[in-house]
Design a protein around this ligand. Sequence first.
Ligand code: BGC
Length: 908
Amino acid sequence: MLRLENLTIEHENNPLGIDVESPRFGWVLWSDESDTFQTAYRIEISSVDTLICDSGKINSKKSIEVVISEFMPVAKTRYELSITVWDNHNSVANIEGHFEMGFMKTKWQSSWIEPVQRPTLPTKDLDQPLTEFEIVTEYNPDRDFTEFQPAQYIRIPYKVDKAIKKARVYLTAHGIYEFTINGITVSDRMFAPDNTSYHKILQYQTYDVSEVLSQGDNVFGIVVADGWWSGRIGATGDSCQYGDKVGILVQGEIEYEDGSIDIIDGKEGKSATGPIVFSDIFVGEKYDARLEKTGWDTPDYDDSDWNPVLIVEYPMSNLVGQYGGGVETIMSFDPKEIINTPEGDIVIDVGQVLAGQLEITLSSEEGRMIRFDHSEVLDKEGNFFNNILGVNKEQVLYYITKEGKQTYRSKFTFHGFRYVRVIGWPGELSVEDVRVHALSSRMQNIGSFHTSNEKINQLQSNIWWSQVSNTLSIPTDCPQRERAGWTGDIMVFAPTMNFNRQSNSFLTRWLANVRADQLKDGAVPMVVPYMKAYKSVSSIFGSETSCGWGDAIIQVPLSMYRSYGDKAALQDNYDAMKRWVLYIQDRAANNHPDDYDKWDLEHQNRSQYLWNTDFHYGDWLVPSMVLGNPDGGAMVETAFKTKGIVAPAYYAFSVKSISEVASILGNEEDVKYYDDLYEKIKYAFIDEYIDEDGIMSTDLQGIYVIALKNGLYTESLKTKLIQRLVQLIHENDDRLDTGFLSIPYLMDMLCQHGERALAYTLLYQTKCPSWLYEVEQGATTMWESWGAIGEDGTVSTYSYNHYAFGCIGDWLYREIGGLKIVEAGYEVFEISPDFSCGLNHVKLSLYTPYGFAKVEWVRKENEVTIIVEIPANTNAIVKIPGNQKRRIGSGRYEFSSIVENEGKIMVN
Ligand code: BGC
């Protein structure tokens, strides 16, 4: 029997308000018969019971990324979608869904409205270059935050006096908002609109309110706060990145059964402030429950002392329909315990480092102030320790009680934390008084990886938690100190991210911002959305980009193509990739190191193929330079010590990768051009940086990894490079010494060059620095720096929630789980786990674009049983020792294998 499931439109189920000219459709086949393939499909699209588009029966096996070229969607129209599929067993199945278009560039009938308000004060003139980074080492406990803004409450009345056929509200804000109708929350979405490069891309959200509106009087209630628009964000904690006043743009469209249509534009709205005395997305909130305006968003409320809103003009060309999921609560649970610290503080231990919010319930007298300070770690003695320092990074909540029983959860702020110090709680605080809410952007969990080794399982859990904490609206470096879209971090982590959760729409949305923020000369900013604060930070280093970081524009779309078969990600970003490579070409050819004039002609000549100038973050955070030196200076040193060789090596990577993209897109002319360029870079690199004994001019593990990854060797040098890499690892006591730009490729390079056993030694290493060192220190997320907690238990002010070093996930799933992509989107994949990896049980499952692929193997002594599941419409190539290599179609299979134990480590 054939069944269809997971019908997607632009990778979402039944999306509302999308602004996409040619939406892509996808569906998943499921069959109880083995070897099932789609032989044909038919797509029918109708609107109001009229068939608009019928593809007819198309003989094709394509079930993902399907576009119907003759379908021209019309603004604000709802379409019913019906997919029929035929398979090779003569079965037929059908699935139905729907989607609705947004404005599609048609004109808005409403205008922006703003509450009467005091504008947010700019923390500094962000158009001026920054010369020094302000370091705060301690917070002022008496800071009153009076310069922060209150949230604004907006009431918009609307009367319904006829039967409603269909009602939609299109809404966005300068700031972030929460939307209710008659006191009822309209959606679970939080922090809307998402963090984008607002002046270029501002998303509006579409709400179906047909069932929410009542006959008679209604009130739209919208609370709006600073958010990423005017709040204090980024590394420097500066306000007013995009504007200094909050406001909203709302357009309600109510269609009645009698054919009439009403537009609600909010012009009659009124505004006031309420209990949220201040709200800043980074710092926190102050909530005075005594100021609550009970019933403010219901019709009977007396708003005679509220101010009429102001109608204001802003350009509307940046407006685009929401793409991908919004921020939501992904998990709620009770904290682990309440701790009385040696210093006498009361601290909630949530049990997990995360990005989220607390919800507290208490009974109190009126007017008591309770303070909550958030942190990710306790100090060596078990006392509260502020690990996130900087300007405007206090991570604090103030709650002032009303009389009686009450519940509070912040609305417009979140924190990166595990521990919360509570000051001023009435009576004894118990775990029952607290709920913990973890937040992230909505994405489907698609991957799971479990082994017989609890430490590896904890590592996987740590990777997952750092992923969800750092995919709150955009891909970020960390969810506390900066929360910035650092391009280098996602460049290295994307393949792992794509396995754990369905990240396609999330990354597509972010990449639109990368394109929008790409600089005129093709440079891809180090942070996207590229807020002013980072422009001013970049003036310290004299560069707005860096090798590896800017490569996100190539590597992220490539990862989406590989993981999800998303070719449009390559197409849509191809021009931007070319501009990025052109930028590098120009920097290499036309800018020279200081002593260039003293070089001989041959040296000068090869320099045009070497990106040997400019600032770069290089192999950021090389452990041997950072461990034991927790101040920012040591971090920057890793950049200066490695940038000179990493940038030219990454130039080769960019060119090699764009050639791969050109080849996938069928652009043979470009392939030839980039392959020629690559050869020139390669030989210039070898001549410049590798001596004949295979010693590189910067003799660090990571540099060998990057050279090997990019084929920067002659055949005779290759073995020498591997030998030196192995030697450096041994000299380092079999521990890591790789930074951001080399670690993603370290394990693969070892495996591909005959050093698999050493890769396992690194994997199971528990001395610092190593993955399992963190696990043994009790980590529940990935840390920014391996030694964030030292061997003697000393804690430092690093971030404890950075996903970058979690990029090993991708290697674990491929090499230990044994699931490897052969053709994009797992249309064809390989199953080849290594039973000698030191484990006796591994269970991996991935919901690919074609359905579930599963691999489970159990080793008892030298006997292995392996069970695999292949989704319909795909093929797997099975390579299992003792079995013939073979290609199989969908279904469930069991194999057995005898492994000769080659004397490798057995962990359990
Ligand atoms: C961030 C990183 C980022 C780096 C640039 C840091 O402050 O947290 O993850 O990529 O700066 O080198």
